[in-house]
Design a protein around this ligand. Structure first.
Ligand code: FES
Length: 69
């Protein structure tokens, strides 16, 4: 079943090594557009050009504006 989830974050959550058993920080996607969830793959950079008064949809065909009111 498809669903719409609203994300407003423009960068990942950073988890420090002391909080997770790894030797370097890991980055968890907070923007919702990563193709490697739950990890950040850098795709959040596309969100930086979003305009605050518009609603965007990200899908297989890329980004579309679905409401620009
Ligand atoms: S925070 Fe989502 S891709 Fe980086």
């Amino acid at each position: 079943m498809p669903r719409i989830v609203r994300h407003e974050a423009m960068q990942p959550y950073r988890i420090e090594p002391q909080d997770f058993p790894k030797d370097k920080p890991i980055f968890i996607c907070a923007c919702g557009v990563s193709k490697n969830l739950p990890y950040c793959d850098g795709t959040h950079k596309e969100c930086r050009t979003e305009e605050p008064d518009k609603l965007y949809e990200y899908g297989p065909d890329g980004r579309q504006i679905v409401d620009d009111s």
